[in-house]
Design a protein around this ligand. Sequence first.
Ligand code: GTP
Ligand code: MG
Length: 274
Amino acid sequence: MCGICGCGQPGNAVTIRKIDLKKVNLKKVTPLGAVAPLYHDDHDHHHDHAPTANQVPGKTVLQIEQDILGKNNLLAERNRGFFEAKNILALNLVSSPGSGKTALLERTLADLKNEIPCYVIEGDQQTSNDADRIAATGAEVVQINTGKGCHLEADMVNEAMRQLKPTDGSLLFIENVGNLVCPAMFDLGEGARVVIISVTEGDDKPLKYPDMFHSSQLCIINKIDLLPYVNFSVEKAKEYARRVSHITEFIEVSATTGTGMEKWYAWLKKRRNA
Ligand SMILES: Nc1nc2c(ncn2[C@@H]2O[C@H](COP(=O)(O)OP(=O)(O)OP(=O)(O)O)[C@@H](O)[C@H]2O)c(=O)[nH]1
Ligand SMILES: [Mg+2]
Protein backbone atom coordinates (compact mmCIF):
# COMPACT_ATOMS: atom_id res chain seq x y z
CA MET A 1 0.00 0.00 0.00
CA CYS A 2 1.28 3.45 -0.78
CA GLY A 3 1.69 5.47 2.40
CA ILE A 4 1.12 8.66 0.44
CA CYS A 5 -1.99 8.07 -1.66
CA GLY A 6 -3.47 5.08 0.18
CA CYS A 7 -4.04 3.34 -3.14
CA GLY A 8 -3.76 -0.43 -3.25
CA GLN A 9 -5.47 -1.30 0.00
CA PRO A 10 -5.89 -4.96 1.03
CA GLY A 11 -7.52 -6.65 -1.91
CA ASN A 12 -5.19 -4.98 -4.38
CA ALA A 13 -3.96 -7.84 -6.54
CA VAL A 14 -0.22 -8.26 -6.10
CA THR A 15 1.10 -11.25 -8.06
CA ILE A 16 4.47 -12.88 -7.47
CA ARG A 17 5.56 -15.43 -10.05
CA LYS A 18 8.81 -17.26 -10.72
CA ILE A 19 9.73 -17.51 -14.40
CA ASP A 20 10.12 -21.13 -15.58
CA LEU A 21 13.53 -21.15 -17.25
CA LYS A 22 12.67 -24.39 -19.07
CA LYS A 23 10.18 -22.38 -21.12
CA VAL A 24 12.56 -19.54 -21.91
CA ASN A 25 14.67 -19.15 -25.03
CA LEU A 26 18.10 -18.37 -23.60
CA LYS A 27 20.03 -15.69 -25.41
CA LYS A 28 23.80 -15.76 -25.83
CA VAL A 29 24.17 -12.01 -26.23
CA THR A 30 22.83 -9.43 -23.82
CA PRO A 31 19.35 -8.91 -25.25
CA LEU A 32 19.02 -5.16 -24.90
CA GLY A 33 15.64 -3.94 -26.01
CA ALA A 34 14.29 -7.49 -26.46
CA VAL A 35 10.52 -7.37 -26.67
CA ALA A 36 8.78 -10.27 -25.01
CA PRO A 37 5.14 -11.23 -25.32
CA LEU A 38 3.07 -9.21 -22.92
CA TYR A 39 2.05 -11.11 -19.82
CA HIS A 40 -0.85 -9.42 -18.21
CA ASP A 41 -3.20 -10.32 -15.40
CA ASP A 42 -6.27 -8.16 -15.33
CA HIS A 43 -7.02 -7.02 -11.83
CA ASP A 44 -10.58 -5.88 -12.03
CA HIS A 45 -11.30 -4.90 -8.48
CA HIS A 46 -12.64 -2.06 -6.44
CA HIS A 47 -11.14 -0.50 -3.36
CA ASP A 48 -11.64 2.59 -1.29
CA HIS A 49 -9.08 5.32 -1.39
CA ALA A 50 -7.81 6.72 1.88
CA PRO A 51 -9.55 9.94 2.84
CA THR A 52 -7.94 13.00 1.41
CA ALA A 53 -6.11 15.42 3.67
CA ASN A 54 -9.02 17.84 3.69
CA GLN A 55 -11.53 15.12 4.68
CA VAL A 56 -9.77 14.09 7.90
CA PRO A 57 -7.39 15.82 10.26
CA GLY A 58 -3.79 15.53 9.09
CA LYS A 59 -2.93 13.64 12.28
CA THR A 60 -5.01 10.63 11.27
CA VAL A 61 -3.37 10.39 7.86
CA LEU A 62 0.08 10.51 9.45
CA GLN A 63 -0.84 7.75 11.89
CA ILE A 64 -1.81 5.38 9.07
CA GLU A 65 1.46 6.10 7.30
CA GLN A 66 3.48 5.36 10.44
CA ASP A 67 1.67 2.07 10.97
CA ILE A 68 2.35 0.97 7.40
CA LEU A 69 6.02 1.88 7.58
CA GLY A 70 6.42 0.36 11.05
CA LYS A 71 5.09 -3.01 9.87
CA ASN A 72 7.24 -2.84 6.77
CA ASN A 73 10.35 -2.06 8.81
CA LEU A 74 9.81 -5.13 11.01
CA LEU A 75 9.51 -7.38 7.97
CA ALA A 76 12.52 -5.72 6.36
CA GLU A 77 14.60 -6.62 9.43
CA ARG A 78 13.54 -10.25 9.04
CA ASN A 79 14.68 -10.16 5.42
CA ARG A 80 17.95 -8.55 6.48
CA GLY A 81 18.55 -11.29 9.05
CA PHE A 82 17.93 -13.93 6.39
CA PHE A 83 20.38 -12.26 3.99
CA GLU A 84 23.03 -11.92 6.67
CA ALA A 85 22.64 -15.52 7.81
CA LYS A 86 23.06 -16.74 4.25
CA ASN A 87 25.78 -14.24 3.37
CA ILE A 88 23.69 -12.88 0.51
CA LEU A 89 24.36 -9.37 -0.78
CA ALA A 90 20.91 -7.95 -1.58
CA LEU A 91 20.78 -4.72 -3.57
CA ASN A 92 17.72 -2.54 -4.02
CA LEU A 93 17.96 -0.83 -7.44
CA VAL A 94 15.87 2.33 -7.54
CA SER A 95 15.36 4.92 -10.26
CA SER A 96 12.81 6.72 -12.37
CA PRO A 97 11.19 4.63 -15.12
CA GLY A 98 13.47 3.90 -18.05
CA SER A 99 16.83 4.90 -16.53
CA GLY A 100 18.18 1.49 -17.54
CA LYS A 101 17.88 -0.74 -14.45
CA THR A 102 16.99 -3.83 -16.45
CA ALA A 103 19.57 -3.07 -19.15
CA LEU A 104 22.24 -2.73 -16.44
CA LEU A 105 21.17 -6.06 -14.96
CA GLU A 106 21.11 -7.83 -18.32
CA ARG A 107 24.72 -6.90 -18.95
CA THR A 108 25.77 -7.55 -15.36
CA LEU A 109 24.25 -11.04 -15.38
CA ALA A 110 25.75 -11.86 -18.75
CA ASP A 111 29.20 -10.86 -17.45
CA LEU A 112 29.08 -12.21 -13.88
CA LYS A 113 26.80 -15.22 -13.85
CA ASN A 114 29.62 -17.74 -14.33
CA GLU A 115 31.58 -16.16 -11.49
CA ILE A 116 28.95 -15.40 -8.83
CA PRO A 117 25.50 -16.98 -8.34
CA CYS A 118 23.01 -14.21 -9.14
CA TYR A 119 19.26 -13.96 -8.54
CA VAL A 120 16.80 -11.25 -9.51
CA ILE A 121 13.49 -9.95 -8.22
CA GLU A 122 11.69 -7.69 -10.69
CA GLY A 123 9.10 -5.15 -9.59
CA ASP A 124 6.61 -3.51 -11.96
CA GLN A 125 2.96 -2.61 -11.79
CA GLN A 126 2.09 -4.88 -14.72
CA THR A 127 3.71 -7.26 -17.24
CA SER A 128 6.58 -9.72 -16.94
CA ASN A 129 8.56 -7.95 -19.67
CA ASP A 130 11.55 -7.28 -17.42
CA ALA A 131 11.55 -10.76 -15.84
CA ASP A 132 11.46 -12.25 -19.35
CA ARG A 133 14.49 -10.14 -20.33
CA ILE A 134 16.34 -11.31 -17.21
CA ALA A 135 15.33 -14.95 -17.73
CA ALA A 136 16.78 -14.78 -21.25
CA THR A 137 20.23 -14.39 -19.61
CA GLY A 138 19.67 -17.71 -17.80
CA ALA A 139 19.32 -16.12 -14.34
CA GLU A 140 16.65 -17.22 -11.87
CA VAL A 141 14.05 -14.46 -11.59
CA VAL A 142 10.75 -13.73 -9.89
CA GLN A 143 8.40 -11.05 -11.19
CA ILE A 144 6.32 -9.09 -8.69
CA ASN A 145 3.41 -7.18 -10.21
CA THR A 146 2.26 -4.59 -7.70
CA GLY A 147 -1.07 -3.78 -9.41
CA LYS A 148 -1.97 -0.29 -8.20
CA GLY A 149 1.08 -0.14 -5.92
CA CYS A 150 3.96 2.15 -6.82
CA HIS A 151 6.81 0.44 -4.93
CA LEU A 152 7.96 -2.90 -3.52
CA GLU A 153 7.46 -3.76 0.14
CA ALA A 154 9.37 -6.09 2.43
CA ASP A 155 6.66 -8.77 2.56
CA MET A 156 6.62 -9.00 -1.26
CA VAL A 157 10.37 -9.56 -1.28
CA ASN A 158 9.99 -12.17 1.47
CA GLU A 159 7.44 -14.12 -0.59
CA ALA A 160 9.55 -13.77 -3.74
CA MET A 161 12.56 -15.23 -1.89
CA ARG A 162 10.53 -18.28 -0.90
CA GLN A 163 10.05 -18.96 -4.61
CA LEU A 164 13.55 -17.92 -5.65
CA LYS A 165 15.51 -19.78 -2.92
CA PRO A 166 18.79 -17.89 -3.38
CA THR A 167 21.89 -19.89 -2.45
CA ASP A 168 24.44 -18.96 0.22
CA GLY A 169 26.91 -16.29 -0.86
CA SER A 170 24.86 -15.18 -3.84
CA LEU A 171 24.02 -11.75 -5.19
CA LEU A 172 20.37 -10.75 -5.13
CA PHE A 173 19.33 -7.84 -7.33
CA ILE A 174 15.94 -6.33 -6.54
CA GLU A 175 14.73 -4.02 -9.31
CA ASN A 176 12.19 -1.75 -7.68
CA VAL A 177 9.23 -0.17 -9.47
CA GLY A 178 10.44 2.78 -11.56
CA ASN A 179 9.62 5.71 -9.28
CA LEU A 180 11.91 8.18 -7.50
CA VAL A 181 9.45 8.93 -4.70
CA CYS A 182 7.69 6.13 -2.77
CA PRO A 183 10.37 3.37 -2.96
CA ALA A 184 12.59 5.68 -0.86
CA MET A 185 10.34 5.11 2.16
CA PHE A 186 10.22 1.32 2.06
CA ASP A 187 13.15 -0.65 3.45
CA LEU A 188 13.25 -4.10 1.85
CA GLY A 189 16.03 -5.43 4.09
CA GLU A 190 18.64 -4.82 1.43
CA GLY A 191 22.35 -4.60 2.19
CA ALA A 192 22.66 -1.49 0.03
CA ARG A 193 20.46 0.77 -2.04
CA VAL A 194 21.70 1.78 -5.46
CA VAL A 195 20.12 4.78 -7.17
CA ILE A 196 20.46 4.97 -10.94
CA ILE A 197 20.03 8.15 -12.95
CA SER A 198 20.47 8.45 -16.67
CA VAL A 199 21.83 11.43 -18.53
CA THR A 200 18.57 11.93 -20.40
CA GLU A 201 16.72 12.80 -17.19
CA GLY A 202 18.42 16.09 -16.31
CA ASP A 203 21.19 16.62 -13.78
CA ASP A 204 18.94 18.21 -11.12
CA LYS A 205 17.18 14.95 -10.12
CA PRO A 206 19.01 14.69 -6.76
CA LEU A 207 17.68 18.12 -5.74
CA LYS A 208 14.13 17.31 -6.84
CA TYR A 209 13.98 13.86 -5.25
CA PRO A 210 16.37 14.15 -2.29
CA ASP A 211 14.90 11.30 -0.20
CA MET A 212 15.87 8.71 -2.76
CA PHE A 213 19.46 9.94 -2.90
CA HIS A 214 19.64 10.45 0.85
CA SER A 215 18.73 6.79 1.44
CA SER A 216 21.14 5.35 -1.16
CA GLN A 217 24.75 4.23 -0.78
CA LEU A 218 25.80 4.30 -4.42
CA CYS A 219 24.78 6.38 -7.44
CA ILE A 220 25.14 4.98 -10.93
CA ILE A 221 24.99 7.47 -13.79
CA ASN A 222 23.84 5.53 -16.85
CA LYS A 223 23.61 6.18 -20.61
CA ILE A 224 26.86 8.13 -20.72
CA ASP A 225 27.10 7.17 -24.41
CA LEU A 226 24.39 9.82 -24.92
CA LEU A 227 26.29 12.65 -23.21
CA PRO A 228 27.29 14.34 -26.50
CA TYR A 229 23.61 14.73 -27.40
CA VAL A 230 22.04 15.94 -24.13
CA ASN A 231 22.35 18.89 -21.79
CA PHE A 232 23.61 17.02 -18.70
CA SER A 233 26.55 17.88 -16.48
CA VAL A 234 27.96 14.84 -14.68
CA GLU A 235 29.81 17.11 -12.25
CA LYS A 236 26.65 19.07 -11.41
CA ALA A 237 24.66 15.86 -10.86
CA LYS A 238 27.34 14.63 -8.45
CA GLU A 239 27.49 17.94 -6.63
CA TYR A 240 23.69 18.00 -6.20
CA ALA A 241 23.70 14.40 -4.94
CA ARG A 242 26.44 15.22 -2.41
CA ARG A 243 24.33 18.17 -1.21
CA VAL A 244 21.35 15.99 -0.28
CA SER A 245 22.93 12.64 0.58
CA HIS A 246 25.91 10.85 2.06
CA ILE A 247 26.79 9.28 -1.29
CA THR A 248 30.50 9.41 -1.94
CA GLU A 249 30.68 6.85 -4.72
CA PHE A 250 29.48 7.50 -8.26
CA ILE A 251 29.94 5.12 -11.17
CA GLU A 252 29.43 6.35 -14.71
CA VAL A 253 28.37 3.61 -17.11
CA SER A 254 26.72 2.83 -20.37
CA ALA A 255 24.74 -0.37 -20.06
CA THR A 256 24.47 -0.35 -23.84
CA THR A 257 28.15 -0.09 -24.77
CA GLY A 258 29.58 -1.57 -21.56
CA THR A 259 31.69 1.51 -20.73
CA GLY A 260 32.42 1.73 -17.00
CA MET A 261 30.87 -1.62 -16.15
CA GLU A 262 34.12 -3.00 -14.71
CA LYS A 263 33.94 -0.31 -11.96
CA TRP A 264 30.44 -1.49 -11.09
CA TYR A 265 31.63 -5.10 -10.93
CA ALA A 266 34.56 -4.08 -8.72
CA TRP A 267 32.13 -2.30 -6.38
CA LEU A 268 29.89 -5.40 -6.27
CA LYS A 269 32.77 -7.73 -5.47
CA LYS A 270 34.21 -5.43 -2.80
CA ARG A 271 30.80 -5.05 -1.16
CA ARG A 272 30.15 -8.79 -1.34
CA ASN A 273 33.46 -9.58 0.34
CA ALA A 274 33.04 -6.91 3.02
N1 GTP B 1 21.71 4.75 -25.20
C1 GTP B 1 21.49 4.01 -24.12
N2 GTP B 1 20.27 3.48 -23.91
C2 GTP B 1 20.08 2.73 -22.80
C3 GTP B 1 21.11 2.49 -21.87
N3 GTP B 1 20.61 1.75 -20.86
C4 GTP B 1 19.33 1.52 -21.19
N4 GTP B 1 19.00 2.09 -22.34
C5 GTP B 1 17.70 2.09 -23.02
O1 GTP B 1 16.76 2.77 -22.19
C6 GTP B 1 15.48 2.18 -22.29
C7 GTP B 1 14.98 1.79 -20.93
O2 GTP B 1 15.83 0.78 -20.39
P1 GTP B 1 15.33 -0.24 -19.30
O3 GTP B 1 16.47 -1.10 -18.93
O4 GTP B 1 14.08 -0.91 -19.71
O5 GTP B 1 14.99 0.77 -18.11
P2 GTP B 1 14.35 0.45 -16.68
O6 GTP B 1 14.95 1.41 -15.71
O7 GTP B 1 14.51 -0.98 -16.36
O8 GTP B 1 12.83 0.82 -16.93
P3 GTP B 1 11.56 0.45 -15.99
O9 GTP B 1 11.71 -0.97 -15.56
O10 GTP B 1 10.41 0.67 -16.90
O11 GTP B 1 11.60 1.42 -14.84
C8 GTP B 1 15.64 0.98 -23.23
O12 GTP B 1 15.27 1.38 -24.51
C9 GTP B 1 17.12 0.69 -23.17
O13 GTP B 1 17.62 0.07 -24.34
C10 GTP B 1 22.40 3.06 -22.10
O14 GTP B 1 23.38 2.92 -21.36
N5 GTP B 1 22.52 3.82 -23.25
MG1 MG C 1 13.12 -2.38 -15.83
